[in-house]
Design a protein. Structure first.
Length: 547
């Protein structure tokens, strides 16, 4: 019987009597345990993460969807797919060496949600002392389930990397990318092709994927043509377009909902079940820029992806869907200092009508400007709905560094829509938990972000702590304890190896790969070797190669 290592935290979870026979609610003190595998109805887990989405983002997106600019009317009955799933709250704080912090970063937040352990700022899938941690995705693999990652950022970004890679620096995209490629994930959709080819180590990960049986696609049409098997879709070198900009600036890219639908269609062919993580990545980026159009664009795109997952779960009744953000961002408020004394008489249209005039985000606007930005007034009027730019605003647009236009024009439209922002950084509020379980049940209460990992792994009867002990053993210590000689081969600085010798047996263990050479013959494994600054971590299976 499975029991989480943090049982007391599950006092807030309320799985109803209808779930008995699938998950058993033991008691407030004991937590959630799993029924026998053969009796479990839950095969699949879908986790959707709207990065940086604060609750006011959801409210604003819903009002935006509710307002008909042609008739000037508001339909208050309009709802989001997320609205049907709201069930609790998630605490997102960080902890380090006895210190508790209110505002977290995406890397430790992803690590907490994926591994059940809080870690340092900028760390991906490792502990405070930089030891790799087993993830929910790896838990799914350990039970024979198919796995998938979907994001609109580069797939090596903090959140998808947190589920699939291990390194104490979220910016080391090439290291994270290589681990992802060799982690044998069945479906990967997003951006980040620049970190697969043209790398500093001269390895071409795109060729590696193809050699390992993956279909490699770069457009929506190519993605839709894939009907089975393993697939990597890289639809941009760095990041995908905001949904509102996609038709104008990146028409060949799929939407987040389309990627989600394709991933579920492929992964669900595995009879054992699947795990899928979907991230609406650029909600966070728009919030950093205080660009409400970008926020609205990708909250609604994310909600469409949630709808796809929810429809699948309702139709099959063998799937848990969990959605929650990793942290708030921007501190958006509907209303600002200018509405302090007018809010009780302010029509909703005051806030939403200026936003409805925009047809591109700030990022999309930048692509419409000419080289010297002399067409700033025309572009802002046509695509951003602002026809009364001041001289100072025109100057600011012309002076904005490349790639930062949303930081400049976002506040302009926010001011006209009477929206407030408290920061261009993350915020520390609890975030909304959205859930769906078979039988239209919910997980309720206030939980910790680390609980999410234990809930997911617990469905399959996997103890993440025990799995970590199986997958990530200090190689040098383990082999030396067996009387072997262990040396580092750093002759190729970009591709270090560990060399282990005992008697007539020699192992060569490359970093970030899922294979080991034994006396020159290659042996494949289900897990990847992780090299953290010279310390190699391997699975117990690899350790067993030396008697």
């Amino acid at each position: 019987m499975f029991m989480t290592k943090k049982a007391s935290r599950f006092a807030a979870l309320a799985l109803t009597v209808a779930m008995l026979g699938t998950l058993t609610l033991q008691s407030a003190a004991v937590g959630v345990s799993k029924a026998k595998e053969e009796n479990s109805k839950i095969k699949n887990v879908i986790v959707l993460i709207p990065d940086g989405m604060s609750v006011d983002d959801v409210t604003l997106a819903r009002w935006y969807k509710s307002y008909d600019a042609v008739s000037g009317t508001v339909d208050t009955s309009v709802s989001l797919a997320l609205d049907k799933m709201a069930s609790g709250l998630v605490r997102t704080y960080w902890e380090k060496a006895g210190v508790t912090g209110a505002i977290t970063d995406s890397a430790p937040a992803a690590t907490a949600m994926a591994t059940g352990v809080k870690s340092n700022d900028k760390y991906i899938g490792v502990t405070y002392d930089q030891k790799p941690l087993a993830t929910v995705l790896e838990a799914a693999k350990s039970t024979g389930r198919a796995t998938g990652l979907v994001a609109t950022s580069n797939i090596q970004h903090a959140t998808p990397a947190g589920y699939s890679s291990h390194y104490p620096d979220r910016s080391k995209y090439e290291i994270l990318a290589e681990q992802q490629v060799y982690n044998d994930i069945d479906v990967v959709y997003g951006a980040g092709s620049k970190y697969l080819a043209g790398r500093a180590d001269n390895e071409n990960m795109i060729n590696t994927l193809k050699l390992n049986g993956y279909e490699y696609v770069t457009t929506r049409d190519q993605m839709e043509a894939v009907t089975s098997g393993k697939v990597w879709g890289m639809f941009a070198a760095s990041d995908m377009a905001y949904e509102m900009d996609r038709d104008e600036t990146a028409a060949a890219q799929p939407s987040l909902a389309e990627m989600t639908d394709s991933a579920i269609r492929l992964l669900s062919q595995d009879e054992d079940g699947f795990f899928l993580m979907v991230e609406g990545s650029k909600i966070d980026w728009a919030a950093h820029a205080n660009d409400p159009i970008g926020v609205i664009s990708d909250v609604l795109a994310f909600d469409d992806a949630v709808s796809v997952a929810l429809d699948y779960a309702k139709a099959h009744q063998d799937t848990i869907v969990i959605a929650m953000t990793d942290h708030g961002n921007g501190g958006l408020t509907i209303g600002n200092a200018d509405t302090s004394s007018t809010y009780s008489s302010d029509n909703l249209i005051k806030f939403i009508a200026p936003l409805k005039k925009a047809t591109l985000t700030g990022e999309g606007v930048e692509k419409m400007l000419n080289a010297d930005r002399s067409n700033a007034e025309e572009v802002m009027s046509t695509y951003y709905g602002i026809s009364d730019l001041s001289d100072d605003e025109i100057a600011a647009i012309k002076a904005a560094p490349a790639g930062s236009m949303n930081y400049v024009v976002g506040p302009m439209i926010s001011k006209r829509a009477y929206l407030g922002w408290t920061t261009t950084g993350h915020t520390g509020e609890d975030v909304v938990l959205f859930t769906y379980l078979p039988g239209d049940e919910r997980i309720t209460g206030t939980i910790d972000n680390t609980d999410v990992a234990d809930i997911c792994a617990g469905v399959w009867g996997v103890d993440l702590e025990a799995l970590t002990d199986e997958l990530y053993i200090n190689a040098s210590a383990a082999f030396e304890a067996k009387g072997a000689t262990v040396t580092a081969d750093n002759s190729n600085e970009s591709n270090p190896k560990l060399v282990v010798t005992k008697g007539s047996t020699t192992l060569i263990i490359p970093e970030s790969k899922n294979y080991v050479y034994v006396n020159g013959s290659q042996f494949l494994f289900d897990s990847v070797t992780v090299n953290v600054k010279g310390v190699f971590y391997v699975s117990r299976e690899v350790v067993s190669l030396i008697a």
